[in-house]
Design a protein around this ligand. Sequence first.
Ligand code: ACM
Length: 597
Amino acid sequence: EKGDSPLFRNDEAYALDVTSRRITLRARALAGLDHGATTLWQLAGLRHSRERGNPPATSLPALHIEDAPRFAWRGLLLDSARHYQSPEFIERFIDVMAAQKLNVLHWHLTDDQGWRLEIRKYPRLTSVGAWRGPRHYGGYYTQAQAKRIVAYAAARGVTIVPEIEMPGHASAVIAAYPRLAASEDPPRAVPSDWGVYDNVLNLEPATLGFLEDVLAEVMAIFPGPYIHVGGDEVQTTQWRDSPRVQARMRELGIDDVAHIQRWLTLRIARFLHAHGRRLVGWDEIVEPELPKDAVVMSWRGTAGAIAAAAHGNDSVMAVDPALYFDHRQTDSAREPPGRASVVSLADVYAFDPLPAALDAAQRAHVIGLQGNLWSEHIRTEERMGWMAFPRAAAVAELGWTTAARLDAADFRQRAAVLPALYDALGMSYAKTVFAPRPLPPSGPMRTSNDLELCTSAIALSLEDDAPLDGPRAKFHVDLLDPCWIWRHARLDGVRAIAASVGQVPFDFQVGDAADKMRFPEARGVPGELVVRRDGCDGPEIARIPLAPATGSDAVTTLPAVAIAPQAGAHDLCLRFAQRGHDPLWVIDSIRLVEHVR
Ligand code: ACM
C-alpha cells in the first residue's frame, strides 16, 4: 500500500487492525507485512501458550496498531570463528531474531582462531584455516550452506552481513596461505590462544588480489548491501619489522605504518562500492577520507559513532561492554563461562544509542545498534542461546521503540513472556534472569564465584580445560592478577583452611601484560596458595602447598592447613605463590575448618 501516511515511507512499517469481522494487515513492503504478521503471531501465539491445555484456538482483542522501527539496523553479531555453530542452530537463532523483529545478523566468519566460509578459489582457507589444535577443532560453512542460511534469513526479514577480517585478526588466513603474511616467520597452523595476535597481512599486490577474489565470492553468496571487513585491533609491529613492507610502503607513498590500515580500507571500500556494496568496519577505520557510504561500527564506546557522524558517515552502535554479550548476565553460579563483570538485561536496556554529543543531523547517521555474541568463552550452542537471550530482546526494543516510549520497568514485566517464546522456538536462554536472585553465600565455604576479585583487568568466569568430556569447573579469576578476597570471613573457632584448586593453561595473547604479572615468592614446587588476613598486605595466616595438585588437569582438593586461633571477621586475601604465569593456578573453593581430626 502506498498511502500518504508517514507510516508508509518505511519498508518495515505496518498497520494492523483487528475487528470482530476481520484482521487487516497493511504495509508497503514485505518487510512490513512480516513484522505485522509477527505481531499478530505474538498476540495470538503467546496468549495461547499462557492458556496451556486449551484447544489451539485463541481470541484477539479488537485493536489498531501503526508501527514502525526507530532504527533500520537492529542486529546481533554471531561469532562463528572462535567456536563453530551448526547451520541448524543458526537457523533457529534467526527464527528467534525474527520473532523479536531483529533484522541484521552480523556473521563473524573469520578470525585468528578460524576461517569458516568456503572460498572456491582458495581451498586451503577451509582445509587448513578452519581447524585448530591437537584435536582438530573446527568446521566451516560450504557456499551452499551459507546460501541456504541467507535465503532462510531473507524469508524472515533478516539481512546477513558477513564479516571477513582484514588486515589483522589474520592468523587463520595466514596459516592457510603464508604468502599473505607480513611476518617472515608466519604461523603454519591455526593458533588456539584467545586475545589479539600480532599477525597482519602484507601489502603485496597479490595479497590485494586475494582479498578482492575472496570478497567477490562473498558478494556472490551474500546479496545484502553491507560487507563487513573488520579492521579492529590491528597490530603494526610486523609491518614495522618487515623490510619488504617498508619497501612497499615507499612504492605506495605510505609514510607511516599507522597509515597502512587507512590505505587498505580506502582500496577495499572503493572495490566494494564499485560492486554496489557498502563497507562496514570496526571504529578503528574512522577518518575524514573514509568514503561517505562506509559504515562505522562503534565498539570502543560511542566515540567512533560520534566521529563518524562528524565526517558524514553512518554508524552502528555495538558498544563494549553494554552490548557485549560475552559478559555474564547475572552473578549467579549458574551462568555459563564468560567475561565476569555482569551486563544485565537492565544494563542493555539502559544503553542510549543516541548520545547527547550528537546534534539532530548527526543523529540521523546512527542507523542502529546490535548486541555482539563473541564466542571465545561460549563453547556450546546451548550457551550461545543462554548468553544471547533475553538480552537481545532489549536490543530489539531499543532498536524499534521511540525513546519517549522506552520504559525499563514495563519492559521488565513484559519480558516475562519471553521464556514461552524461546521454548516455542527451541532456543535456550538465561534461566537466571527469570529466577529469584540467589541468597548471598553464608557458612564456612566459598566457591570462587562467591569470592571478590582484587582487580578486574581481564576478569573472567573461566572454564577449566579438563576433563575432555563431561562437566568442567568454572573459575572466577582476573587473568592478569589472580587474587581473591573473602569479605568478612568469620574466623572464630576456625582451626584450618582447606582449598580446592585448578590449573589452567595461560592460552591468552595479552601482549607484554603477561610478563608484567607478579606473584608472591614460592617456597616449594610448584608453589602455594597464600592466605593473608585483613587484606593483601596483612599478615600471612596460611600457606597451602600445591604439590598434591601438580599432576591433575582438573580440580584438586588440597589437604587442610592448620592456622593459629583468630577472632572476629576478617577480609581474607588469597593469592598463589608460583613461578611464572603458566599454568595459571586458580581457586575452585575455600573452606574454613572448625574441627581438625
Ligand atoms: C572488538 O571487540 N575487537 C571489535
